[in-house]
Design a protein around this ligand. Structure first.
Ligand code: HGY
Ligand code: MN
Ligand code: MN
Length: 413
């Protein structure tokens, strides 16, 4: 067992410092991809990469890499660590940032001691993991893994009408490196669980062996605006009511199923959005997830059938736009085993698990053996300012990452 540990004070203070960047007047944390506030977070992360003496590279989709290339390792592909520093709206301060800053911390610790890796070690902050402003989510790592063309990604129109490529230019993170310029030997991502499992079972470390499939769609329902007072119920083409039926359909189906299927409608808007006008248009998003691809496909088909029936019954027009679709991913068994052993060597309880959330690791897994390490989320809360992980768990997770990196980087098999 290694007796070396990370510098807990440095890691925790960086997590807290980055957590102050991008707070609005109500102190809500909002660092949406390629926004002014995210630029400030990127600048801070880059300054820490510079302080650590790492080579810095930014690719054309704005992914930031800090690379440690010890003498004589250049003929080997790097071990890659990382996650993301963009956030959702009114976010917690650990989601993504914990993995990026722990990756940097591990590199700094190994660099400072006489550890000589057999390969370079790098840490990445991937662009637009959250997908809140520009869909799909995990976009930067998807482009990096060759799953989406960089020009197509840069041309993405945001929920605010901006163009991603122009925003990256504007904030100074439209890099020169071609996506995938740095092909990794392997990828390990440390992340908070964002769910209730580890805390409920009193387990310190999650060795994540797979990640569920994700289906994002935008649904637009068109009816007729009409007077709320004069229009008899039988004469209405009420887009708002039709949308409400879909939301209820999705929730009741997911709740009634005895499978891990989850369904969420996170965004809803009505037009003209006036108290005394029957909505002419309803626009909303549908997030469906399931660890089983067959079930996920079946849920999508059930929704499509319901929407057709709804159009008939409510005399409305329904259109659907695909925003994201990722199949379930299985991570690398040998890295999962290394994670389990590293946890055991530190006398930390550990269990294998599935990730309910999407992560950059699911994209990097397309081009290199990848796996994830989870630490507990208090109350299973995330994507919420109440998101919290105890310092002791944050430190334990980063120490497991340190040992996993030491193990993988010490060999060239
Ligand atoms: O949607 C997700 O699961 C991730 O937070 N982007
Ligand atoms: Mn995340
Ligand atoms: Mn997230």
């Amino acid at each position: 067992m290694s007796n070396q540990s990370i510098n807990a004070h440095r890691l925790l203070s960086r997590i807290r410092e980055l957590g102050t960047i991008g707070r609005d007047e109500e102190a809500r944390l909002i660092r949406l991809a390629a926004s002014d506030t995210e630029k400030l977070g990127r600048d801070l992360f880059k300054s820490w990469l510079e302080d650590a003496g790492l080579e810095i590279a930014v690719d054309q989709i704005g992914n930031i890499f800090g690379i440690w290339r010890p003498e004589g390792t250049d003929d080997q592909p790097p071990l890659l660590l990382g996650s993301h520093i963009d956030t959702v709206i009114n976010a917690g301060m650990y989601d993504g940032c914990y993995g990026v800053l722990s990756g940097l911390e591990v590199i700094e610790i190994l660099k400072a001691e006489d550890f000589v890796p057999k390969r370079p070690i790098a840490v990445a902050a991937f662009t637009n993991e959250e997908g809140v402003r520009y869909a799909p989510d995990m976009m930067g790592s998807l482009v990096y893994a060759g799953g989406l063309g960089v020009e197509e990604a840069l041309g993405t129109i945001g929920t605010d009408g901006t163009v991603l490529g122009e925003e990256l230019e504007r904030i100074g993170y439209a890099g020169n490196e071609a996506p995938g310029f740095l092909k990794p030997h392997a990828y390990v991502e440390l992340h908070i669980e964002q769910g209730p499992v580890l805390e409920r079972e009193g387990v310190s470390i999650g060795a994540v062996e797979n990640l569920q499939g994700i289906s994002w769609q935008k649904v637009t329902i068109d009816g007729d605006a009409n007077h709320a007072g004069t229009t008899p119920m039988s004469m209405r083409r009420d887009a708002g009511h039709a949308a409400a039926r879909v939301i209820t359909f999705l929730r009741e189906r997911a709740k009634a199923s005895n499978t891990p299927t989850v369904a969420t409608v996170g965004c809803v808007s009505f037009e003209p959005n006036a108290i005394n006008v029957i909505p002419s248009r309803a626009t909303f998003t549908v997030d469906l997830r399931d660890p089983d691809e067959g079930r996920l496909k079946a849920e999508e088909a059930e929704l499509a059938t319901f929407l057709n029936r709804l159009a008939e019954e409510e005399h409305v027009d329904v259109s659907v736009e695909r925003l994201a679709r990722f199949e379930p991913v299985t991570f690398d068994r040998s890295i999962v085993a290394i994670i389990e052993k590293a946890a055991g060597d530190r006398n930390l309880s550990c269990r294998r698990m599935t990730s309910g959330a999407g992560h950059d690791a699911q994209m990097v897994a397309r081009i290199a053996p990848s796996a994830m390490i989870f630490v507990p989320s208090v109350g299973g809360i995330s994507h919420n300012p109440k998101e919290f992980t105890a310092d002791s768990d944050l430190i334990a997770g980063a120490n497991v990452l340190l040992d996993v990196v030491r193990k993988i980087a010490a060999n060239v098999e």
